[in-house]
Design a protein around this ligand. Structure first.
Ligand code: SF4
Length: 218
């Protein structure tokens, strides 16, 4: 019942985002590539941006990198339909250039809302852009890949698991072994259950009667 409601909300949100003009990429895209997969997935992947084929078909990860992602998933016994796949920006940057900081900033509310609606347990960030955005840290993928981190995304505790972008293995074949090794830990991370809830902050000390509230502190 809850999953069906999430599905409907996700469809409604996708329809709203289809007309998004929050950044200049709206002027060069063929269509918004919102995301695809199971609306109640426990495992979500977040990549960089749609490429040529994704822009034409309206589905993320349908090119060579997408095929490799499917193979890597099959290698750990997970079907692509059972996960959710999205990108940091939903419209193709012209010529497949990197997304600009202002484009990522404009588009990030869409990603936060997706995560809020899907409520995944494990989020794998593919490459630098998604890793830096979702971890909120400047550490690059070479440094942090394969290292799970407990974070709060969309108001829920989530395990963030940075992985190299599958496209990296298309250009550097030795990268495939690294990707396979990092993928191999995904079942274990999913089986580990949700990370322990983060302890709530200690209650604030009672304010003496008559003392004015210092508004700048709240
Ligand atoms: Fe909107 Fe994101 Fe597309 Fe920019 S990239 S127009 S913010 S959907």
């Amino acid at each position: 019942m809850e999953a069906a409601a999430a599905d409907l909300s996700l469809i409604g949100y996708a329809e709203a985002v289809a007309g998004c003009t929050r950044c200049p990429l709206a002027g060069t895209r063929t269509q918004v590539v919102f995301g695809s997969g199971s609306p109640d997935a426990e495992l979500m992947f977040v990549g960089e941006a749609p490429g040529f084929h994704e822009d034409k078909q309206g589905v993320p990860f349908v090119g060579a990198a997408g095929q490799l992602l499917g193979k890597l998933l099959a290698g750990i016994g997970i079907a692509r339909e059972d996960v959710y796949i999205a990108n940091t920006v939903k419209c193709r940057p012209p010529g497949n250039r990197d997304p600009l900081p202002e484009e990522i900033e404009a588009c990030e509310p869409h990603l936060w809302r997706q995560i809020e609606l899907i409520r995944p347990r494990l989020v794998c960030t593919l490459g630098n852009f998604a890793t830096k955005l979702l971890s909120g840290r400047p550490d690059g993928i070479t440094r942090v890949h394969g290292r799970p981190q407990d974070v709060v995304l969309g108001g829920n505790p989530v395990t963030l698991y940075p992985i190299f972008h599958p496209a990296a293995a298309l250009y550097t074949p030795r990268m495939l072994a690294v990707l396979e090794e990092d993928f191999a830990r995904i079942p274990e991370l999913l089986g580990a259950g949700a990370p322990a809830p983060i302890a709530p902050p200690p209650p604030a000390a009672p304010r003496p009667v008559g003392q004015p509230v210092q508004l700048g502190l709240f």
